[in-house]
Design a protein around this ligand. Structure first.
Ligand code: SF4
Ligand code: FES
Length: 257
């Protein structure tokens, strides 16, 4: 099939950037979206032009590396699907497809469709972990995990850190991402000792990194390729409030009411 691509080209964070148009006359509908971009890049290289920069690694929806906006939607038109798992059979002959990077202050553009998501790493470093003694692995049954807790934790652990939630949010909030980590670790017995502290530190780091606040637009839920539920944000807010009240108490204040 014949496609026209309008792709955002930007040399670096300081460059103003602009859309450039490319025609691909013979796209195989079995190709993945990224393979289609590979074909475009081979063509551009042969013509002595700069290839389009985009991120990818696993190309099977598990690493979270890929991700840009296709026709106004992070990861493209298919629900619960990463860019790397999107195939050209979902487009039709003659389509004009617009590709641009995730737009958020906390995700500066590195080049073309590639953004810097180090701000997510900073949120994880602030509290997205459990502290455990190093050494030999503990006996598997020494800490029993109730099945409902295990299922909730695993659903939340499906987050691949792609950033589509931020890109889709009118406030560029990272609350679904941070909420997923807080729900994952905060549901397991091993995550309890640092639970409140974790929520407080991760929320504060989100602010520091320049992400916005959730105003219940819920665009993130539609954009998330791993279908992380809104409950993650609710749980995060609950733990954050508890952490704040505990801090007030420790400081000798009476707290609200
Ligand atoms: S919550 Fe969903 S959209 Fe956000 S980073 Fe995780 S997987 Fe990506
Ligand atoms: S390349 Fe790993 S999720 Fe897309």
């Amino acid at each position: 099939m014949k496609l026209t691509l309008k792709i955002w080209r930007q040399k670096n964070a300081k460059d103003a950037g602009r859309f450039e148009t490319y025609d691909l006359p013979d796209v195989n509908h079995h190709m993945s979206f990224l393979e289609m971009l590979d074909v475009l890049n081979e063509k551009l290289i042969k013509e002595g032009k700069d290839p389009v920069a985009f991120d990818s690694d696993c190309r099977e929806g598990i690493c979270g590396t890929c991700g840009f906006v296709i026709d106004g939607r992070p990861h493209g038109p298919l629900r619960a699907t990463t860019v790397c798992q999107l195939h050209m059979r979902h487009f039709k002959d003659g389509d004009v497809i617009v590709c641009e990077p995730f737009r958020a202050k906390a995700f500066p553009v590195i080049r073309d469709l590639v953004v810097d998501r180090a701000s997510f790493d900073k949120i994880i470093q602030a509290g997205g972990f459990i502290s455990a003694s190093a050494g030999s692995a503990p006996e598997a049954n020494s800490i029993l995990v109730p099945k409902p807790s295990q299922e909730t934790a695993m659903d939340a652990a499906a987050c691949i850190g792609c950033g589509a939630c931020v890109a889709s949010c009118p406030n560029a909030a990272a609350m679904l991402f941070a909420g997923a980590k807080i729900m994952h670790l905060g549901t397991l017995p091993q995550g309890q000792p640092e639970r409140m502290d974790r929520a407080a530190k991760m929320v504060e780091e989100m602010d520091k990194q320049g992400f916005g606040y959730c105003t219940n637009a819920k665009e993130c839920i539609d954009a998330c390729p791993k279908e992380i539920p809104f409950e993650a944000i609710v749980r995060m807010n609950r733990d954050y409030i508890k952490a704040t009240l505990a801090r007030v108490e420790r400081a000798g204040g009476g707290g609200p009411g």
